[in-house]
Design a binder for this molecule. Structure first.
Ligand code: CS2
Length: 505
């Protein structure tokens, strides 16, 4: 913006009537809504997913409850959504098409990064019927291999000693339940919207593990006053960039510091097990089902499995975004074969879905050129993602004595990514993963000895079950893949893998 140019206003309630016709606005009076839903973790995904479904419900007149958005980790919300009365633009993009819509379902935001007090006063309020969460895999403070609470996690150690001033999300939820039990006693549904298998069961487990340490019958009370349904959530919504914010300003004439970009596809399958009155999200495209598991396996192994595999192969072949990976015939061919030949046979039937069609639809989504999803963003926290995306399908195939030539290549990609970030391997990039330090220490100690590296990494028993780490053939295969990816010609190596006829099992 030039110093003499027109003043560009920031999006807010007052500006709504002045927005251009090309931007869709909330079709309801926000002032009449109740604060009935609390959401923890107001990132791009929440703004593109649950908040949009709720906006649809409000627009259809099906509910009168809006969302209070809470962040208990960075970033702060007061300078973005807070300044904009909770409003933001959701850009829906597919190749050259763009659709813009201002979402109004987030009524207010609360920053609770320093201390859980502000979050707890919202969460414990009798007005809140439902708490939804997108706190990323590592927010659950669990051991990925078992799904149990990690008692050694520093935040859990803190919360066990200071249950009334919790730091972890499981600790905050346990304290919320205690405050509700001690005051109004109203029930609450706590709905995980993170990409973890059986996410509701996991969340219930980690919260119960803390509640059991509390006096005055909290563990018993929550059995009848809280529910932790599982859910499968889906929409690709990469981190917003400065270019996205500039796009809104240039095309629509206002500044929006909280804009998000998502693809047209969205899906939300929710286990129908509630303790309180939950918004009828099934009226606007959500699905309430008895068992979510087949849907989560499908989504995590196919769509997420493809993203994770591509991100590592893409980084090693010098590509930046998923859509670049998919525009590369070698990588696109790799991932299609991996899904069809290896992943698909591990899936159980999913009501109403033809899995082959789902694979094709997923690949099409990943080709969308307007969704700029960085390989390094998907590689973030890989240790928390690979179990459900790659390790479990590998385990299932090995149990049936089937080969895993391509899935093992993708898993070796994760290992290679963390190894290449160590000093001994030239610190090729900064790896953002809770296990980055552990793997870097292994790499620094062992050096260029792929079988020994694989052996040491597979012995991380919070990620890998014994049936995998003890499998000699898998170890040898992973070592060969790791060597190839770390070697001078990863692209040639991937091509040779695909050329080997015996990859088909
Ligand atoms: C991605 C997911 O960064 C990642 O781990 O694989 O955020 C993915 O885009 C979503 O699960 C899609 O629903």
């Amino acid at each position: 913006m030039s110093m003499n140019g027109p003043v560009v206003e920031t999006l807010c309630e007052r500006l709504l009537p002045a927005l251009p016709e090309t931007v869709r606005r909330p079709a309801y009076a926000r002032s009449g809504l109740k604060h009935g839903i609390a959401h923890i973790g107001v990132g791009a995904f929440h703004r593109c997913h649950q908040a949009e479904y709720t906006d649809d419900l409000l627009a259809g007149g099906f509910d009168d409850r809006g969302i209070v958005g809470i962040n208990v980790r960075e970033p702060r919300l007061d300078g973005t959504l807070g300044r904009q009365d909770g409003l933001y633009t959701r850009l829906c993009r597919e190749d050259d098409d763009v659709e813009a819509r201002v979402i109004g379902s987030i009524l207010s935001v609360v920053d609770s990064q320093q201390d859980a007090g502000p979050a707890l006063s919202v969460l414990a309020s009798p007005d809140i019927d439902v708490v939804t969460l997108t706190i990323t895999e590592k927010g659950y403070c669990h051991r990925p291999a078992s799904g149990e609470l990690d008692p050694g996690h520093p935040d859990i150690v803190h919360d066990l000693a200071n249950p009334e001033r919790p730091r972890s999300v499981p600790g905050i939820l346990a304290r919320m339940l205690e405050m509700r039990m001690q005051s109004h006693g109203r029930p609450v549904t706590i709905l995980s919207c993170d990409n973890i298998p059986a996410n509701g069961v996991l969340l219930g487990n980690v919260v119960r593990a803390l509640a059991e340490r509390r006096p005055a019958g909290l563990a018993g009370w929550l059995e009848s006053h809280a529910a932790f349904p599982s859910a499968m959530v889906d929409r690709i919504a990469p981190a917003t960039t400065g270019a996205d914010l500039d796009f809104v300003e240039k095309n629509f004439g206002y500044r929006d510091r909280a804009a998000v970009v998502g693809e047209p596809f969205r899906q939300w399958v929710i286990e129908n097990r509630f303790a309180s009155s939950v918004p009828a999200w099934e009226r606007v495209g959500g699905t309430f089902v008895g068992a979510v598991e087949p849907y989560e396996h499908l989504k995590m192994r196919v769509l997420n499995g493809a993203q994770t595999s591509l991100c590592y192969l893409g980084v090693f072949t010098g590509l930046e975004y998923t859509c670049d990976d998919m525009a590369d015939p070698l990588l696109a061919g790799f991932v299609r074969r991996m899904l069809l030949e290896e992943t698909l046979p591990t899936l159980r039937p999913v009501p109403g879905i033809v899995v082959e069609d789902y694979v094709e639809q997923s690949l099409k989504r990943l080709r969308n050129r307007a969704i700029r999803h960085r390989n390094h963003q998907i590689a973030t926290d890989g240790s928390q993602k690979i179990v459900q995306r790659l390790v479990n399908p590998i385990r299932d195939r090995l149990r049936e004595n089937r080969g895993v030539p391509l899935l093992a290549t993708a898993l070796a990609g994760w290992m290679a990514y963390l190894v290449a970030a160590s000093s001994r391997f030239g610190k090729r990039w900064q790896a953002d993963d809770p296990y980055a330090g552990t793997v870097a220490a292994i790499a620094d100690r062992i050096g260029d000895d792929p079988p020994a590296l694989v052996g040491a990494i597979l012995s991380l028993d919070s990620i890998f079950p014994e049936e995998l780490s003890g499998n000699e053939r898998l170890r040898a295969l992973l070592a060969q893949r790791l060597a190839g990816l770390l070697g001078p010609d990863p692209r040639g190596f991937i091509r040779r893998i695909l050329d080997e006829d015996h990859v088909r099992s």
